[in-house]
Design a protein around this ligand. Structure first.
Ligand code: TYM
Length: 335
């Protein structure tokens, strides 16, 4: 079976970008009988950026409830918390010992942090950068390689990390002379250019420009109205291809529905009307899962039980893999 794996960092409330980039393609993939899927809450990753335990805890519950509300079948998919699998940081260490530091120097997140320091005129370009941030891609490689995932559905911003996982896998196989790991591939949704947020930049927790997937109806309407548009008046033709509102709509809508809105843009629909249409559409599609989400958030015991079951299945796999890897590097049992 093809193995599909993906995770979401538990530092915030899941937003439309997470849905379009990762959750939607992942749930679709998990419905294929030829697929074994592994989906997890990347809560060790959360510690890199967040030292607010309450926020991390809350976010884990929200993200778990989101997957379940959207219909993930957890009898089929293996659904777990990264931090329940102690073998993952163990594998991260093994991989760290074969991963070139120079490879990590090229990681976007690390480079962006350095660039920020340089812009701010700081003497020390590494100021405030932890080993956690620096080694982040190695932890992600451990997530992926532990389960020998073939395909990893992600948004564009994560492609580099998957390439790094391939690199590290190849290096390990070469050094220890065996096919220990398969080479994972990123799967990017055809519509999955990075989804833009309220201000037109990438929708991201760090930019504070997100539309949470399960905002209340009222909040959703307010946020859709806040999406930045240009100053063209009703009656003037508008360009859907440079428009955040249109991008968000078409990430959810069918091709036919997107084509219909495109025509209205060309015919000069006013921004108020366009926003109403987009809100109505999103709301109609999100209201049933939103109700399930709200109910799940009231039942953490159920979510805990689902995740415990997932962790058990994941650990079973992880234990077998680690046995093999320990022997490969010389850390196997004597007898
Ligand atoms: P994270 O938590 O930042 O995002 C989770 C997923 O959502 C996608 N995404 C987007 N897609 C389209 N448009 C956007 N605006 C947008 N914002 C976020 C991300 O690309 C991602 O697929 N390091 C990962 C989590 C992780 C992981 C893994 C993923 C840890 N281990 C192993 C895959 C495999 C992250 O921080 O994603």
């Amino acid at each position: 079976k093809t193995r599909v794996l993906t995770g979401i960092t538990t530092t915030g409330t899941p937003h439309l970008g997470n849905y379009v980039g990762a959750i939607k393609p992942a749930i679709e993939a998990s419905q294929d009988p030829n697929v074994q899927s592994f989906y997890f809450l990347a809560d060790y990753h959360a510690l890199i950026k967040c030292q607010d335990p309450k926020r991390v805890q809350e976010s884990r519950l929200e993200i778990a409830a989101t997957w379940l509300a959207l219909g993930l079948d957890t009898d089929n998919a293996i659904f777990y918390r990264q931090s329940d699998i102690a073998e993952i940081p163990e594998l991260m260490w093994m991989l760290s010992c074969v991963c070139a530091k120079g490879l990590m120097n090229r990681a976007h997140a690390y480079k962006a942090a350095v660039a920020e320091n340089e812009e701010a005129g700081d003497q020390d370009p590494d100021k405030g950068i932890t080993m956690g941030l620096f080694g982040y891609p190695v932890l992600m490689a451990a997530d992926i390689l532990m389960f020998n995932a073939n395909k990893v559905p992600v948004g564009r911003d994560q492609i580099q990390h998957i390439e790094m996982a391939r690199d590290i896998a190849g290096r390990f196989n070469h050094l220890f002379k065996g096919q220990y790991f398969v080479q994972p591939e990123a799967v990017v949704d055809e519509k999955g250019e990075v989804l833009k947020g309220l201000d037109g930049r990438k929708m991201s927790k760090s930019y504070n420009n997100t539309i949470p997937l399960f905002s209340s109806e009222k909040k959703l309407q307010k946020l859709v109205r806040k999406i930045k548009t240009n100053s063209l008046e009703p009656g003037e033709p508008k360009d859907p291809d440079t428009c955040t509102l249109f991008q968000i709509f078409s990430a959810f809508a069918s091709n036919e529905e997107a084509a219909a809105l495109r025509e209205q843009y060309v015919a000069g629909i006013g921004w108020g009307d366009a926003k109403n249409e987009v809100f109505d559409y999103l709301n109609a599609h999100l209201s049933a899962p939103r109700e399930r989400y709200n109910a799940l958030m009231e039942d953490p015991a159920h979510i805990e039980a689902v995740l415990q079951k997932g962790a058990e299945r994941a650990r079973e796999e992880a234990a077998i893999t680690m046995d093999r890897l320990r022997s490969a590097v010389g850390l196997g049992r004597f007898v």
